[in-house]
Design a binder for this molecule. Sequence first.
Ligand SMILES: [Zn+2]
Length: 508
Amino acid sequence: MRLFLLLFLLFGLQIALAQDPSKSELAPCGTPPGIAPMLKAYRSNPGAFITERSSDTLLVGMQLHLLAQNNGTGRISPERLLDSYCRLNADFAGTGIRFYSKFDWNRIDSTAWYQHDTITKGIDMMLTNNVPDVLNIYFASNVADNCGYNLPYAGIAISHGCSGSSSHTWAHEVGHALSLPHPFIGWERKVYSPSNPTPDTLTYDYTHFHASLDLVNAPLDTALTEYVDGSNCTIAADLICDTPPDYLSYGWNCNDQNLSFLVQTDPDGATFRSDGSLFMSYAFDNCQNRFSAEQIAIMRATLLTEKVAWLTTEPPGPDVQGPVALQFPINQEIVPPVGTMLRWSSVPGATHYLVQASILQSFILKTLDLVVTDTQFIAPDLLANRKYYWRVRPFNNWSACTTFSQSGVFNTTSIVSTTQPDSEGWRCYPTLLASGQSLTLELPEAWLHHPVQYQVYDASGRMMWQNNVTPDETLSILGLPSNNWTPGVYRFVAIGEKGLKTQTLVVF
Ligand SMILES: [Zn+2]
């Protein structure tokens, strides 16, 4: 607790909670006003930050933390996360900066962090879970009533509601993490009104934040209001000259030129409309599509200096080729509701596959929605007598802009074909097999590392198949039945040093 308070004293000064008078329930971004030291250094001498690496593609390692409630429910869906990640890299496509997941997703079950209503709780979440030398990103249901926020010393939080393929919140917060302020800095929590004279200076006000833990009771800094003619652009507002004046600190919609409908007037009497194409503005997502050239230079300079630990010099991983081709079950094949193995083709570059199954063609409700690293998966209990749709999306830690396979369709039978393990722990399933479906064997530990002979006989006692193995794992997948087996009843036999096991199989 003492450590926490100390940290808070050190960093709390940089934080304020945006409480924008936006029409939407969420403030677009809770990142406080403030000029990063890095931005000040860059502004005073931009040439000093041009280095040999400045034309490289900068590869930034991230750790994604995915919050859920204590019981594991509510986590962002893999599909939404992949779409968001794809959008992040698309938004940065013109910057020479590319992001990748350095480590596997970190799943955290904590209702308190999953729905944290204050930045203080978010600080606790980040300082408890952060991984060093990467950009830490947290996805949660509620992130202090904001779409997102960035803590310069800790990481980024993004709400589920502001994620997805059409949200630029992630890009906006990464902009903050790489030293960019809002173009309207100084106007946070203030409402510009064209009927009032525009002030020459704006005071940063942290009062609302101090209401929860009051350590500093004076305003901390002052921003100059930026002029339309650019005369004070190096010392006013965000200190960036190719982001024109903007006084709008609430979510706003744009015209077809991505400009604000509201005409604003600078202190000199010149009028302008805000540029909503900038990711760092508070324009709606449909308006935003770029960082300015100078914003890009500042982000790159930040990565090459104070955030250099986030960069990797390893070559980027391969893009994932696709899509996946589903192999089984497809074309309305009939399978048992238990133990069906879904199989698909591997895709070059893919290390992970998102598997979804649904009884609805739209996949709005999903029976299966999980990530696997193999190209097959044994479905747990499905409903009997139902038509199912399923599809697979490949990805890796570098490449998420992939599409799903075409949907496969299969039907489940009404017959339940599970067997219980016997007293020794031996069983095989399903006992009702479609053509092309595999048989799963579970062996007792005592059977491992000894020769075993598997045989299958048809109803007339003719041996159809035989295989000699020395199993070293308790779970085995056998490619049964063979294609030329006619529908009917078969007998599976396993003969080992420890005994003999048999199981009736029905092939249909
Ligand atoms: Zn922001």
